[in-house]
Design a protein around this ligand. Structure first.
Ligand code: SAH
Ligand code: SF4
Length: 349
């Protein structure tokens, strides 16, 4: 970090906050007070933290800032789903989504601006990777949405823009803050990370001692096809990927969800359904099938509903657990694949 760069308080875990206030000569309990202001009282500046001594406040203000992503657009769907476009300090924009489902309010967060993996059916892939998000920019999406709506998020899915496990450190830091009772206070079992299959990241995540959910974007039952749909497969093919999923389950006790986006004429044939069923039949996992959300210009289409139902039936016949949910309204952004995926995940997590 550059010496003149001020610390954004939304990046500090409780331990880091304690170390930070102590480095400024203040006692550890000041960290708790600051966190209370940030996460419970909605402080927008250091100035309003009136139970901190004035001298300490000005020391804080010299060294740090309270900054959240700036919302530049909000779209609301007929079914209540809200999509936010945030601008970050360097002008980069990212998307986040809030999905209401009964008492559950799920936030779908971005981990990177853009994405470098290059899945040909994905809108985020089109512009490539702009940059990784910082911990405070990930946590900030949730805090900002809570403040803007006055509602409390109950679940988090890391399924917005980007590949979370390609930005491991910041994502992990964000997960710790999302989970921490003095920060966002979201239960680990209510947090899910979705990955295109960064095998070393999955194995590392398995060892963190966390109880968070893992979703893996499989999309094909063999390497030849998956190489096309998820180019990262050339580096981490299906066999080591599924081995890492097994490790994740063994280490955490959490069953991995395998995402499978159905694309018309490409990965939706009965033969591939059979291949998928055979591939996964002795694995303790859950397959989440969903129709492609077509991105204009890519040429990919979604299959007919009957074809999707047939695909599901063939995979199920091999004893694999499959979820397939009816489509919900996506009038706010027909090109955003993430949105409906989250809805499906909500139904199974
Ligand atoms: N990069 C991570 C997480 C973000 S993408 C990943 O790939 O898992 C979240 C999910 O949305 C992935 O399962 C991805 O395959 C899916 N997705 C991307 N574009 C989509 C589209 N056009 N229609 C449906 N799902 C899409
Ligand atoms: Fe990146 Fe996920 Fe989109 Fe693939 S699907 S390009 S990994 S965001």
């Amino acid at each position: 970090m550059l010496t003149h760069e001020k610390v954004n308080l939304f990046r500090l875990t409780e331990e880091a906050m304690i170390a930070f206030v102590q480095s400024l000569g203040a006692p550890a309990y000041r960290a708790r007070q600051i966190m209370h202001w940030l996460y419970r009282k909605g402080a927008e500046t250091i100035d309003v933290m009136t139970d901190l001594p004035r001298a300490f406040r000005s020391r804080l203000a010299e060294n740090c800032v309270v900054a959240l992503p700036e919302a530049v657009e909000l779209r609301q769907s007929a079914d209540g789903t809200r999509k936010f476009l945030f601008r970050l300090t360097d002008g980069v924009t990212i998307e986040s989504v809030l999905i209401r489902d009964g008492s559950r309010l799920t936030a779908c967060l971005s981990s990177q601006a853009g994405c470098g993996i290059g899945c040909p059916f994905c809108a985020t892939a089109l512009g490539g990777l702009e940059r990784n998000l910082r911990t405070e920019e990930i946590v900030g999406q949730l805090v900002a949405m809570q403040r803007l709506t006055g509602e409390r998020v109950t679940n988090v899915v890391m399924m917005g823009m980007g590949e979370p496990l390609a930005n491991y450190r910041s994502v992990l830091g964000a997960i710790r803050l999302l989970n921490h009772p003095k920060a966002c206070g979201i239960g680990q079992r209510h947090i899910t990370v979705s990955t295109s299959g960064v095998v070393p990241g999955i194995r590392r995540l398995a060892m963190e001692g966390l109880q968070i959910g893992l979703a893996v974007s499989l999309h094909a039952p063999n390497d030849a096809l998956r190489n096309q749909l998820v180019p990262l497969n050339r580096r981490y093919p299906i066999a080591p990927l599924l081995a890492a999923c097994r490790e994740y389950f063994a280490a955490t006790g959490r069953r991995v969800t395998l995402e499978y986006v159905l694309i018309d004429g490409l990965n939706d044939t009965p033969e591939l359904a059979e291949e998928l069923g055979v591939l996964l039949r002795d694995m303790n996992c859950l397959v989440n099938l969903l129709p492609l959300n077509p991105v204009p210009g890519t040429g990919f289409r979604r299959p007919e509903p009957e074809r999707i139902a047939d695909f599901a039936a063939i995979v199920r016949a091999r004893g694999v657990r499959v979820t397939l949910r009816r489509e919900m309204g996506t009038d706010i952004d027909a090109a955003c694949g993430q949105l409906r995926r989250v809805r499906r995940l909500q139904g199974v997590s």
